[in-house]
Structure formats: structure tokens, C-alpha cells
Design a protein around this ligand. Structure first.
Ligand SMILES: O=C(O)CCC(=O)C(=O)O
Ligand SMILES: [Fe+2]
Length: 334
């Protein structure tokens, strides 16, 4: 096994009901859990339709039924793992629809034992079919395994992240990968990787886990099978990322163009963890359709990501209008 090409193992894992005791036990012991049918198949299909509405309204000429229009010249800016993090996606109708489904709030409320929650204004992983253009392949798993929590400045359990699959996964399509139980390695990181950690700004909740760590040989990442509408939840201390397919890409049918992965990133944390200053910024972010990272206790705009700052001519993208939010949705803003 080469170090940069660590091969994930495609795995059927148990899937649990949102809010169930079993789901919480699995999350605590394994550092992740799959919530079965967080969205119904109809809701997942609707969220996918809304996702295409978002992409088409960017005004760059993307058409859902014509894969020839899905090139990088028209596609929104992506970061590692084929994630569209900004350009208004966090306030798209698609993302507001998905994050407002009842089961999602139920799942997060059970984790925190608190239903007064704020939601992230996260983006989505949107993967184009690599048989059409191999350049569309996303970052290989081994090269960006990470935890999303600073190992010194944010000790203990602080956040659980979610990714809702709007399409079923397969070994050929790829998806989220993570290492079961690796949240228990978190406290060892400062000692094992003092030098690397020394270079990490103390506010940055992203630590790339070295792929030559000997523990990875014994415990390779899994790529969990997910049905459409399932939600993967993982503790931010769990070593994870995503990986393209483990088998040759399936052949796309030009008469039925489809993404190979569409995953909605959603994260909720108790409102009590955020202060008034953060909440004021979150309210303003709705009007300016500013997307955020997974954290809602502090405000991090994804417009400040290096990939976004480096991108040229961002004005070619038309942002979606500010969302019209219901009372329940406004509660998730804060
Ligand atoms: O695409 C995924 O499933 C994981 C992406 C990721 O690392 C994250 O959202 O923190
Ligand atoms: Fe992550």
C-alpha cells in the first residue's frame, strides 16, 4: 500500500433511526454513525432538483441536462474533495430545504440533548462523472485525511458534522471515508505531531493527519455504503475526508445526465455555545448569502478560503437571492 494512495474499504455499516439511543452509542464508540433516511427518497430527489436550480442560476451556462456544460469554466469554485463551499450555496434553497428536515434536527438535538440549535451555512460536495472528464476526479483519500478540530485549542467533544447523500453511494462513485474509532486518537496528536501542530494557527480547526501514521496500516478508512437520504454523522475529532471511486467509473448515460455524488453538508450546535457577536454576523450572513464552515459557535466565512481568495473574476457568478426563511429556519440562524 503506497502512503499517498491508502485504499479505503467499502463497507456496509448499520444504519440507525435519527435520535435513537443506538445511534448515539454508535457515534460515541465509533466516532461516526449513519442515520437511515434522514431525508425520504422524494425529499432527496427534491433537494437534488434544487441543487441544479442553484447551479443553473449562477448564470454561467450550466444546464442540468447537458454534461457538455459542466466544465470548470462554468462550474463554481471547488475546494478539496469536490466541495462547493461558497458563492451563496450555503443559503441556496437546496441547502435550506435539506437542513430544515425534521429528522436532521432530531439527530443533532439528541446528540446535544438540547433542541435550541444553530445550523452551519455549509456547502455541498458535488461530483461530476469522471468517465466524461477524468479531470473531474476529486482528491484521493490518502492525501487529505484530517480532523476538523484544533487538537490543542479545542479539546474534547466539540462538534459533530453531517453529510446527507442525495444519491446512493457505490464503490465506483466514491464518497465520504473515515477511520472508525479514530476520535480516540485525538488526544495523542499534540505529542505525536508536535512539529506539525506548531505550524497550525491556533484558530484553525483543520489538521491533516499524516498518511504514514502506523495506525492507518492496522485501521484503514472505510467508505460506508449510503442510500439516498442517509446522513453520515461524524465527530470532528474523527479522521476523515472523501475519496473518489475504488473501481473504474460507471459509464454515464448522456440521455440521463447525473452527478456521481451530491452530499449536503449540515452541522448543528447548541445556540448556547455562540455569543451575541457571532449571532449578529450570522444574521448578516443571511442577507449577504455568505456561507460558513461547519462551526456555528464562531463565525468563519468560506468566502475567505484560500481557493476563493485566489479565484479570478468571481463576479461572473450570479449569487442566489437571500432566502425567505420561516420561523423555524430563523431560529437556526440565531
Ligand atoms: O465530503 C465529505 O464527506 C467530507 C468532507 C469533509 O471533510 C468535511 O465536510 O469536513
Ligand atoms: Fe472535514
Amino acid at each position: 500500500m503506497s502512503h499517498t494512495q491508502l485504499t479505503p474499504v467499502y463497507t456496509k455499516v448499520p444504519r440507525f433511526a435519527a435520535g435513537s439511543k443506538e445511534s448515539l452509542e454508535h457515534l460515541e464508540s465509533e466516532g461516526f454513525v449513519v442515520i437511515k433516511g434522514a431525508l425520504s427518497p422524494t425529499e432527496a430527489k427534491h433537494a437534488l432538483d434544487l441543487t441544479w436550480e442553484y447551479l443553473e442560476q449562477l448564470g454561467t451556462g450550466i444546464k442540468r441536462n447537458d454534461m457538455a456544460t459542466w466544465g470548470d469554466d462554468r462550474w463554481p469554485i471547488v475546494t478539496s474533495g469536490g466541495i462547493v463551499p461558497a458563492l451563496g450555496i450555503g443559503h441556496s434553497e437546496a441547502q435550506w430545504f435539506t437542513r430544515s428536515r425534521h429528522s436532521i434536527k432530531t439527530a443533532f438535538a439528541s446528540i446535544w440533548n438540547d433542541d435550541d440549535l444553530l445550523s452551519s451555512f455549509d456547502g455541498m460536495a458535488l461530483w461530476r462523472p469522471t468517465d466524461i472528464d477524468p479531470e473531474w476526479e476529486t482528491t484521493r483519500g490518502g492525501s487529505w485525511l484530517h480532523v476538523d478540530q484544533h487538537p490543542i485549542t479545542r479539546p474534547g467533544m466539540q462538534c459533530v458534522q453531517g453529510a446527507i447523500s442525495l444519491l446512493p453511494t457505490s464503490p465506483a462513485a466514491g464518497g465520504n471515508i473515515l477511520i472508525p474509532g479514530s476520535h480516540k486518537w485525538f488526544t495523542t496528536i499534540p505529542k505525536t505531531y508536535a512539529d506539525r501542530l506548531g505550524k497550525l494557527p491556533e484558530w484553525l480547526d483543520h489538521f491533516r493527519f499524516p498518511v504514514d501514521d502506523p495506525r492507518l496500516q492496522e485501521t484503514p478508512p472505510i467508505m460506508a455504503h449510503m442510500e439516498s437520504g442517509d446522513m453520515m454523522l461524524w465527530d470532528s475529532r474523527t479522521v476523515h475526508c472523501s475519496s473518489p471511486g475504488l473501481e473504474p467509473a460507471a459509464t454515464s448515460d448522456p440521455s440521463e445526465p447525473s452527478l456521481i455524488r451530491a452530499a449536503s453538508l449540515v452541522c448543528m450546535m447548541p445556540k448556547s455555545k455562540a455569543n451575541d457577536g457571532v449571532i449578529a454576523k450570522r444574521r448578516a450572513a443571511v442577507d449577504t448569502v455568505t456561507s460558513t464552515t461547519n462551526w456555528s459557535d464562531r463565525f468563519f466565512s468560506t468566502d475567505q478560503y484560500p481557493e476563493m481568495l485566489a479565484a479570478e473574476n468571481l463576479s461572473r457568478f450570479k449569487l442566489p437571492p437571500p432566502p425567505k426563511l420561516t420561523k423555524d429556519q430563523l431560529a437556526l440562524v440565531g
